[in-house]
Design a protein around this ligand. Sequence first.
Ligand SMILES: Nc1ncnc2c1ncn2[C@@H]1O[C@H](COP(=O)(O)OP(=O)(O)OP(=O)(O)O)[C@@H](O)[C@H]1O
Ligand SMILES: O=P(O)(O)OC[C@H]1O[C@H](OP(=O)(O)OP(=O)(O)O)[C@H](O)[C@@H]1O
Length: 305
Amino acid sequence: MRNKHEEPKTDDANPYTEGRLQQATLDLLAGCDVQFRRETRLDIALVKNLPIALIFLPAADIPTFVGEGRVDLGITGRDQVAEHDATLPAGETSNVEELLDLGFGACKLQVQVPEKGDLKEAKDLVGRNVVTSFTALTDAFFRNLEGVEAGQKLSTKIKYVGGSVEAACALGVADGIVDLVESGETMKAAGLKAIDTVVSSTAVLVKSRKSNSDLLTLLSSRLRGVITAQKFVLCQYNIPRDQLSVASKITPGKRAPTITALEEEGWVAVSSMVEKKSIATVMDELIKVGASDILVMNIANSRTD
Ligand SMILES: Nc1ncnc2c1ncn2[C@@H]1O[C@H](COP(=O)(O)OP(=O)(O)OP(=O)(O)O)[C@@H](O)[C@H]1O
Ligand SMILES: O=P(O)(O)OC[C@H]1O[C@H](OP(=O)(O)OP(=O)(O)O)[C@H](O)[C@@H]1O
């Protein structure tokens, strides 16, 4: 699936331009030293340095294959897992287990209505036409709004379309839609506004509850290592020993900061993992409590469990 805002890519290094989650997933696998060569047109690739095969499937189908235990691990959007789970009969537990939030592919499945109009909140759509590619989640959402049990008839009419969902209101097929929003450009261009959120999503690593092996543990541990490395930076600084306890509270690390004595009397060096998104604030606070020579380094890989 190509992003409709982008021109087709002609990147020789990656001839597979489909899939919003694909490039980040390939980068993640490279970071785990999973080596493979995918032949053009083939959806399966044997890994050279591990006894596993990779299968390239549409994001929406991955939860089904993983749930059936036909594929042991999968990378897809949380929205797709939620949609799969919403199709299960009441009382049936999903065989798709989320192991790890991968941090990329962030988007929201939102209820959207024409910007100009009198529909203000999701309950205004009750009894009307709603178009979506996520029929199970939309059904569950409106059942909840209408207070209707599974098996009873819903008054809201939910129709499936496979793509270009945002066109449904302008074409008179829908009063509202339930569709993914990332930048919001598509919604805006179609004259729609979001009035509720059904699911907030990022890409996730999922595992089949039917599968278990040392190899799965090894692979998920490698993936966790790369994701942790991407989320954190290593922060090193020098601090007067009498300020160490206050500085340690600012940089507590994943387990605890590493403290090393300095040749200079009364000073210590501290090394600690800090979340990338808060490093600027952490540096500001360290300066305030007397830290100096603050260095921040990217982490190529990590293994903390
Ligand atoms: N703007 C977006 N639109 C659609 N999906 C998005 C967006 N941003 C992130 N995503 C995530 O990407 C998932 C869709 O992934 P992707 O495009 O890889 O689908 P695909 O079916 O594998 O691709 P293809 O149709 O090319 O085979 C969504 O379920 C969602 O989790
Ligand atoms: O908020 P934005 O960044 O604009 O992204 C959201 C749009 O992207 C997806 O469509 P996609 O491009 O996958 O095409 P499709 O409509 O054919 O599914 C999604 O269904 C929205 O239409």
